[in-house]
Design a protein around this ligand. Structure first.
Ligand code: DOR
Ligand code: ZN
Length: 363
């Protein structure tokens, strides 16, 4: 099977939809949670993606090798029986993370990467890093052993406007960090700004970015379309239209530094529709249908396989998946919500007619 996407043009018969077949994709940024939420959401990610990086912002966070081994096992146990989904674990960095522990977990194949949450930046980030200077030895060690640093790139300074927090972090913290550790591999997670895209390009190939389905399809005005839309609220928050367009052009460019990271982040409806609602969009069930629609709209379907299935694996030093997935330009509809223990999680675009559907998966 060739690595490049296979296209079947619509035939004369208009009822034959456009379809593409690509290598099975991976999701390099996933929140699966734990317990009944894990069981409820994992099947949707596992139905779309072969492998993925599991974010460690549980409560308490996944900071130790032993915790990650146990969490990984709970994920494997929660998979539907026919699923071959492979979870990769990321270490939650704190001010007290030890360089030796990081190296041990990486060498043992438990950690695939480490996640830097600036303390307080987002959901369950209060154990995060208060000052990157405090993890200097950890970063030096990661640079030496080739372990990627995944960054939630937002300042936490309450005086900084929320729409400027990514750009300020990039100039104040990210650029000095990239200059200090010149060989460190870094992913700007869920990039939301043109400034972020520009930094990735300046420092490629050792710097990359994940891009979410929602940041490709909504801007900050969408958050207030006809009223307040709590289910579109995530962090980093969606930015102005010019930034969304910069993300679409980066994702569809074919450049090796941009790849899928859905940031699927389920919260119960009650936690979202609240006086102080949680950040996070549950996008795991409609991610691929949304990404492929964006590539179609941008006339970039021939580059979809690189973004979805090749670039991320190459960045992490892994081969692409052996199997394939078929995507069909045929209307589909998911479901507005999924059930978790008698409560609901609202699905991103769950109430819309989707333009694309998922077809056959060959493992
Ligand atoms: O919107 C978000 N939700 N952003 C994050 O960084 C964390 C995530 C979550 O865990 O809910
Ligand atoms: Zn996330």
């Amino acid at each position: 099977m060739s690595i490049s996407a296979i296209f079947e043009k619509p035939s004369e018969r208009t009822e034959d939809p456009l379809r593409i077949i690509i290598r099975r994709p991976d999701d390099w940024h996933i929140h699966l949670r734990d317990g009944s939420m894990l069981k409820a959401v994992l099947p949707f990610t596992a139905a779309q993606f072969a492998r993925g990086i599991i974010m460690p912002n549980l409560s308490p966070p996944v900071t130790r090798v032993e915790d990650a081994v146990a969490y990984r096992q709970r994920i494997l146990d929660a998979r539907p029986t026919e699923s071959d989904f492979q979870p990769f674990m990321a270490c939650y960095l704190t001010d007290h993370t030890s360089a030796d522990d990081i190296e041990r977990g990486f060498v043992e194949g438990v950690w695939k990467a480490a996640k830097l949450y600036p303390a307080g930046a987002t959901t369950n980030a209060h154990h995060g890093v208060t000052d990157v200077l405090l993890i200097n030895r950890v970063l030096e060690r990661m640079e030496r052993i080739g372990m990627p640093l995944l960054v939630h790139s937002e300042v936490t300074d309450p005086d900084v406007d929320i729409f400027d927090r990514e750009a300020r972090f990039l100039e104040r913290t990210m650029v000095p960090l990239l200059e200090r550790y010149q060989l460190l591999k870094v992913v700007i997670e869920h990039v939301t700004t043109a400034e972020g895209v520009a930094i990735v390009r300046d420092y490629a190939p050792r710097v990359a970015a994940t891009i979410t389905p929602h940041h490709l399809t909504i801007n900050r005005t969408s958050l207030f379309q006809g009223g307040l839309r709590p289910h579109l609220y995530c962090l980093p928050v969606a930015k102005r239209e010019e930034h969304r367009l910069a993300l679409r052009s980066a994702a569809t460019s074919g450049e090796a530094s941009f790849f899928i990271g859905t940031d699927t982040a389920p919260h119960l409806r009650g936690a979202k529709e609240a006086a102080c609602g949680c950040a996070g969009v549950f996008v795991g069930a409609t991610a691929l249908q949304t990404y492929v629609q964006v590539f179609d709209e941008e006339g970039a379907l021939p580059r979809f396989e690189a973004f979805a299935s090749l670039n991320g694996a190459a960045f992490y030093g892994l081969p692409p998946n052996a199997g394939t997935i078929e995507l069909i330009k045929r209307p589909s509809r998911f479901s507005p919500t999924i059930e978790v223990d008698g409560a609901e999680v609202v699905v991103f675009r769950g109430d819309e007619n989707l333009v694309w559907s998922i077809g056959n998966i060959e493992k």
